[in-house]
Design a protein around this ligand. Structure first.
Ligand code: SAM
Length: 350
């Protein structure tokens, strides 16, 4: 996912070196949090949004991300704070003392600013790990709440994984899918917890197919569909490797909307297959255009892989960058993802 580059990290460190606690940066962080607490809440209300990014590396010296999730059943609010481990977070003796100190300093400031207005604070450490997956379980606490996004209710797990079950940056695209789905069918590839599918279903999709390799996430997607009173007979959930599924189901159904929001890389223990986005995406997109997309249909392809360069000429179809439309108000990092709308041919007035 996201990472902290050396420059951002040295900002934090040089500040810390000036005086032991890096007080200047930390004071700015505290002030910014106080300001965002009010202003982002106001902007969220104006945008009818209840769960949103509250702090997005606003102060260069404190490059962390803080998201606010509101439980619609209790109206309690929770914060999830992501710390991106950088090159200067390692102690010489190999223990995590420096890292732990930095995290607890930031945590204390967050708690000081929010005090009793939040019901809980969850810390996620993002770091490059060799050989383990970002989808591995971190905890067994099972702190699961229900959040509201447009018409949809989505189950969010605040405690047990690095990701919570919803990627806040794709809110605009999910809402767009909800608005565009009436009477259509939708294919959701790499569906994760099915949030796009839920929006399509609530928006009146005739039927949907959602594919993912992980049974854990498909069960979560099923719970999300049921929570929204969506009929499972119209919303098929398929456990499969995307590349295999796409090879095996050609020409069976043509879809009006296809969501393709894959990870950059995945290495499946189950099937032994490797998904490498820059290498594999063009072949996959072409198969989708040739065998799965209806004549007037649309593929929404998105990635958060910064180094990805779209080679439109590798695709026989019309490719339009719609990223500006899919970045929400609460994300300061405008390059968090890019999105392309892909059709068989240039569509007029679409
Ligand atoms: C970044 S998430 C996708 C985000 C999702 N599109 C959303 O909107 O929330 C990655 C998902 O891809 C799934 N996945 C990874 N490799 C896969 C593969 N080869 N075939 C099917 N699913 C895969 C994972 O299980 C995980 O649910």
């Amino acid at each position: 996912m996201d990472s902290l580059d050396s420059q951002e990290h040295s900002n934090f460190i040089s500040e810390s070196k000036k005086n032991q606690t890096g007080q200047g940066g930390l004071d700015m962080f505290r002030n910014r949090l106080r300001k965002n607490k009010k202003e982002m809440a106001k902007r969220a209300k104006q945008n009818s949004v209840q769960s949103y990014r509250l702090y997005d590396k606003d102060i260069p010296q404190v490059p962390v991300v803080i998201d606010l999730y509101k439980d619609i059943n209790t109206t309690k609010e929770y914060l999830v704070f992501q710390y991106f481990r950088g090159p200067f977070d390692y102690s010489e003796d190999g223990n995590d003392r420096i890292l732990d100190e930095r995290i607890s300093t930031i945590k204390e400031i967050i708690l000081e600013v929010f005090q009793s207005s939040i019901a809980g604070l969850y810390v996620k450490l993002r770091e490059k790990k060799k050989g383990s997956s970002q989808y591995e379980k971190l905890s067994q606490e099972r702190k699961i709440i229900t959040i509201q996004e447009g018409n949809a209710k989505i189950l969010v797990n605040l405690s047990d994984y690095l990701d919570t079950g919803i990627f806040l940056d794709h809110r605009p695209l999910r809402l767009k899918i909800g608005r565009e789905s009436s009477g259509k069918n939708l294919l959701n590839l790499f569906c994760y917890t099915g949030a796009f599918t839920v929006h399509a279903g609530l928006g009146g999709a005739k039927y949907t197919t959602s594919v993912d390799l992980s049974n854990t996430y498909l069960e979560w997607a099923e719970k999300n569909l049921l929570l929204n009173q969506l009929n499972l007979s119209m919303h098929q959930l398929v456990e499969a490797d995307i590349m295999e599924w796409v090879k095996e189901n050609r020409e069976k159904v043509k879809y009006d909307t296809i969501i393709l929001d894959p990870p950059t890389f995945s290495n499946s223990k189950k099937t032994g297959s490797i998904w490498d986005l820059p290498k594999d995406c063009y072949g996959l997109i072409q198969s989708l255009i040739d065998y799965y997309l209806s004549d007037e249909g649309v593929i929404y392809f998105s990635t958060n892989f910064r180094k990805f360069q779209m080679e439109s000429e590798s695709i026989e179809g019309h490719v339009e960058d719609i990223s500006e439309e899919t970045i929400p108000f609460d994300i300061r990092e405008k390059k968090i993802h890019r999105t392309w709308k892909i059709t068989k041919k240039a569509m007029q007035n679409a």
